[in-house]
Design a protein around this ligand. Structure first.
Ligand code: IPE
Ligand code: IPE
Ligand code: MG
Length: 249
C-alpha cells in the first residue's frame, strides 16, 4: 500500500512531455549486495536481474525511447574466471528467458561493445534475442557487453581511417566521428544513473555523456526499483541544462 502511494506520488511529479529520451545506467553494487548477506557474488548478480526487469519495465511504462545498461565492461575480464563464467551463464539465461516478456512490452533489444570477442554460445543467444525482438517499436534496450568507451573510440577511428583510404574527401568533425561509434543510431544519454554510490564513469560512453545529467544513488543495484528510476527522472526534470550557454534563468 505504502509503495503504491509512493509510486503514484512520484508518477504525478513526472512531466511526460519532458522525459529523458535516453537513460543510461551503470548497474553497480551486486557484489556488495551479496557480501552484506554473506552470499557468493553471483547471488548478487542473479538478484541484479530483478533490478534489470524493474528498470526496463519502468522505461516501457513511461515510454522512454532508449535505455542503455552497462552489463559487462571490457575491463571486467580482469575478474576471476569463475565469476566471468557465471556472469556469461546468467546473461544467456536472461536472453533466453526474457524474450517473451520483452516482446510483451514491445521492447527492441540491441547491443554495443566488442561482441565478436564474447563466447560463441553467448553470441548465438544474443543473435536470437536480437532477431526475435527486432520488430518491436517501443523502448530500445541496449546492453553494453564487453564494452569500453576508449575501445569504442579506437574502433571508430579505425573504421573512419579505412573509409578515408577509399574516399579522401570525408570531413572529420564531431558528427562524422559520432557516425562511426557503436551508438551511431542512438541519441546521447540525457540522464546517466550509477548505483551504489561510486562517483566514476568506469569507461562508459565517455564521448556520449558530454552533456548528460548525472544521478548517483547509494542504493545497490539489486535493490533498485521502478521508484528509484521515477525519482531519478523527477530530479532530472528539475535540473537546468545549459550546454555551456547561459540557460534561461
Ligand atoms: C556490477 O556489480 C555488475 C558488474 C560489473 C558485472 P559489481 O560486481 O561490480 O558489484 P560490486 O561493485 O563489487 O559491489
Ligand atoms: C562498471 O562497474 C561496469 C559495469 C557496471 C558493467 P565496475 O564495478 O566494473 O566498475 P569499477 O571497477 O568499480 O570502476
Ligand atoms: Mg562494481
Amino acid at each position: 500500500m505504502k509503495t503504491e502511494l509512493l509510486e503514484a506520488d512520484l508518477l504525478a511529479q513526472i512531466d511526460l512531455e519532458r522525459l529523458p529520451q535516453h537513460i543510461a545506467i551503470i548497474m553497480d553494487g551486486n557484489g556488495r549486495w551479496a557480501r552484506k548477506r554473506r552470499l557468493p557474488r553471483i547471488a548478487g548478480h542473479r538478484a541484479g536481474i530483478r533490478a534489470v526487469r524493474q528498470a526496463v519495465e519502468a522505461c516501457a511504462r513511461l515510454g522512454v525511447p532508449y535505455l542503455t545498461l552497462y552489463a559487462f565492461s571490457a575491463e571486467n575480464w580482469k575478474r576471476p574466471q569463475t565469476e566471468i563464467k557465471l556472469l556469461m551463464a546468467l546473461l544467456r539465461e536472461y536472453l533466453r528467458k526474457e524474450i517473451g516478456e520483452l516482446n510483451r512490452q514491445n521492447i527492441r533489444l540491441s547491443v554495443i561493445g566488442r561482441i565478436a570477442d564474447l563466447p560463441k554460445p553467448v553470441r548465438a543467444d544474443l543473435q536470437t534475442a536480437l532477431e526475435k525482438t527486432s520488430r518491436n517499436t517501443g523502448t530500445r534496450l541496449t546492453l553494453a557487453l564487453n564494452y569500453g568507451a576508449r575501445a569504442e573510440v579506437v574502433d571508430a577511428v579505425r573504421a573512419l581511417a579505412e573509409e578515408l583510404r577509399h574516399d579522401g574527401t570525408i570531413q572529420i568533425d564531431e558528427a562524422t566521428l559520432s557516425r562511426y561509434l557503436y551508438t551511431h543510431d542512438v541519441p546521447d544519454p540525457d540522464l546517466l544513473i550509477r548505483t551504489s554510490g561510486e562517483l566514476r564513469l568506469s569507461n562508459f560512453l565517455l564521448w556520449q555523456v558530454a552533456y548528460s545529467e548525472i544521478w548517483v544513488t547509494d542504493t545497490l543495484w539489486p535493490d533498485f526499483t521502478q521508484n528509484d528510476l521515477f525519482q531519478a527522472i523527477r530530479d532530472f526534470q528539475k535540473r537546468e541544462r545549459r550546454y555551456g550557454g547561459l540557460g534561461l534563468g
